[in-house]
Ligand binder design. Structure first.
Ligand SMILES: Nc1ncnc2c1ncn2[C@@H]1O[C@H](COP(=O)(O)OP(=O)(O)OP(=O)(O)O)[C@@H](O)[C@H]1O
Length: 253
């Protein structure tokens, strides 16, 4: 539990305790995560950063129920993920989590609109037209809904992918290097839209990135090194993030 500014207790959107992941066994064992305790507040935009191999992807996969922990616990709201079997974890991801990947993963034969509403077809949910319209407007996709992915720029495709991730009103959206395939202008646009979906639409976003500028769009940066939480930066700027990463390298050396 966390206490908010009004003194009320609020359940974090995502919470991990003692989260540990070891790959391999015996002498070949690699501790990808070595006991992570962390809370992600609802309605916040958080970036996960750290050197290559520090455990960011492993942490994200465990938080999203895409992989199983060796030890420790993860909760999505009040639901403990770490005790769910595969079927329940799949259902929970479909209904309560959104994903945005570096590769946009849109279906080429579908229009932008069909791609956005696809998760509802899969989950059997009803389209909330007002929410769809809000997303399309917030993401600036109004003129593109009939276009197929091949007729859209990379930035537009990623905006469609964000709308697709948000259409089911998930409790949390995980974004894995969402600007990794974009030039800096389209990347900035996509980050601005992610930020707006948090500020204006009240969503919760957790983003893995290597890019200090991308991380500065978040409200909080969590630094990871050697499978552990190595620090945090509140209200990050590109400079404070770069300094935080430099400090990690100095500790490593
Ligand atoms: N399937 C696997 N089998 C064995 N080792 C793995 C596996 N996946 C990850 N690892 C190891 O776990 C550690 C953490 O990897 P992880 O991919 O989480 O790091 P990362 O911070 O996301 O790296 P990058 O920024 O390069 O994507 C690394 O040492 C990696 O080699």
């Amino acid at each position: 539990m966390t206490i908010n500014d009004l003194g009320n207790t609020v359940t974090p959107a995502v919470r991990a305790r003692g989260l540990t992941k070891t790959y391999g066994q015996g002498e070949a064992a690699v501790a990808a995560l070595a006991g992570v305790d962390i809370d992600f507040a609802a309605g916040a935009f958080t970036a996960l950063m750290g050197p290559s191999g520090s455990g960011k992807s492993t942490l994200m996969h465990l938080l999203a129920g895409l992989d199983t922990a060796s030890r420790g616990q993860v909760w999505l709201g009040d639901t403990e993920l770490t005790t769910l079997d595969d079927t329940r974890a799949t259902l929970l991801r479909r209904e309560r989590i959104g994903f945005v990947f570096q590769a946009f993963n849109l279906l080429p034969m579908f229009t932008a609109e069909q791609n956005i509403t696809l998760p509802l077809m899969l989950a059997g949910g009803k389209l909330d037209r007002a929410w769809f319209d809000t997303l399309v407007e917030t993401l600036g996709l109004g003129a593109r809904l009939d276009h197929r992915p091949s007729e859209l720029s990379g930035g537009q495709q990623q905006r469609v992918a964000i709308a697709r991730a948000l259409i089911t009103k998930p409790e949390v959206v995980f974004a894995d290097e969402p600007t990794g395939n974009l030039d800096s202008r389209s990347g900035a646009e996509v980050l601005e839209f992610l930020r707006r979906s948090v500020r204006e639409l009240g969503r919760t976003v957790i983003m893995v990135t290597h890019d200090a500028v991308a991380a500065s769009y978040a409200q909080r940066v969590v630094l990871i090194a050697d499978g552990r939480i190595a620090g945090e930066i509140a209200e990050p700027t590109p400079e404070s993030v770069a300094a935080g990463l430099d400090a990690l390298r100095t500790v490593d050396a």
